[in-house]
Design a protein around this ligand. Structure first.
Ligand code: UDP
Ligand code: MG
Length: 315
């Protein structure tokens, strides 16, 4: 069994030594044939130099360096494209995804599963964040066609079949949580206790989390467009009813001049709603625009291995 471990790294110089030690502790008992592919996602600290040194001293550590910061999704895709293993594991560099779990995960794959996902508890997360993410997942699962679970992230082990399925999805806007679920196959879950980051800081700000959340909803369904249709229909019906009432009352009683409040409410309410719905349309249009450009997901600057036909420079 050949095992590839993919680790996206963005400014992780403080975490790498510990990650290296943990992987060298966990992997050799599992298999003789493993490779660790570290993806430098345009780091600005000493990450790339450390990756160079790691792969010089131990060729089982390979690295890819992207030409700039393309984001974790692109870094994972780069790793998946370059992984040669029959099994491919994805984990974070900050040891928040404990490599010790890989043993159990491999055992489950041997039982015939194609994906083994690790599900974390929310120990140590703030109450607000926990409540917000619970609410988000509840809403997501109502809206989108793929099943998403709170606490399940990118930490997982995939069979070659599952990796090939993922690689066959060519969309530019990659929302991995959804893609992993979309490809299907038998999936097993292992639970683990949430771990705090060992070093460095999380790359997620509130704003990036919010954007990620919106991406998740819009990448997997067109329900918001349907919502626009329903809202539009409702408002039109209400406006028509109100107009009828105005006309009839004007015919019966003549017009009355005061109407400022009504007009203002109408302008503000309908104006706001129209802007919102145009925004929804714009989001989808933007996505289509982005997809039609067919730009590569990432560009490679440097790798630890010569670029052969299986390792193209541009994706
Ligand atoms: N990461 C990356 N590119 C980015 C942001 C993050 O490759 O633009 C990597 C990062 O180095 C880490 C993993 O993605 O290995 C998870 O990032 P982080 O720990 O910041 O996220 P969190 O654990 O807070 O969700
Ligand atoms: Mg982390």
């Amino acid at each position: 069994m050949r095992l590839s471990v993919i680790v996206p790294c963005y400014n992780e110089e403080t975490c790498l030594p510990r990650l290296r030690a943990a992987l060298l502790h966990v992997l050799p008992p599992l298999t003789d044939e493993f490779e660790i592919i570290l993806i430098d996602d345009g780091s600005t600290d000493g990450t790339l130099e450390m990756l160079r040194a790691m792969s010089r001293s131990d060729p089982r550590f390979r690295y890819l360096s992207l030409s700039r910061n393309f984001g974790k999704e692109a870094a994972m895709l780069a790793g998946l494209r370059h992984a040669a293993g029959d099994l491919v594991a994805i984990l974070d560099a900050d040891l928040q995804h404990p490599p010790e779990l890989l043993g159990d995960m491999v055992a489950l794959i041997d039982k015939g599963y194609d994906q083994v996902v690790a599900k974390r508890t929310r120990t140590g997360d703030g109450h607000v964040r926990t409540a917000a993410s619970r609410a988000y997942y509840r809403m997501m699962n109502r809206l989108v066609d793929v099943e998403l679970t709170d606490g399940v992230g990118d930490f997982r082990l995939l069979s070659r079949r599952a990796v090939d399925a993922l690689l066959s999805l060519e969309e530019r806007n990659r929302f991995s949580k959804g893609l992993f679920s979309w490809i299907g196959f038998d999936t097993a879950v292992v639970d683990y206790e949430n771990v705090a980051r060992t070093d460095g800081a999380s790359k997620w700000s509130l704003r990036s989390l919010l954007n990620y959340g919106i991406d998740g909803i819009l990448s997997f369904n067109h329900q918001p467009l349907r919502l626009a249709v329903y809202l539009g229909a409702l408002c039109t019906a209400a406006a028509f009813g109100y107009a009828m009432w105005l006309v009839i009352s004007a015919l019966l009683h003549g017009t009355t001049a005061p109407g400022y409040v009504t007009i203002m409410c109408g302008i503000i309410g309908f104006g706001g709603m129209q802007l919102l719905l145009v925004g929804v349309l714009g989001e989808y249009l933007g996505r289509i625009y982005h997809e039609t450009k067919h730009r590569p997901h990432f560009l490679l600057k440097e790798t630890s291995h010569p670029a052969g036909p299986e390792a193209p420079c541009v994706d």
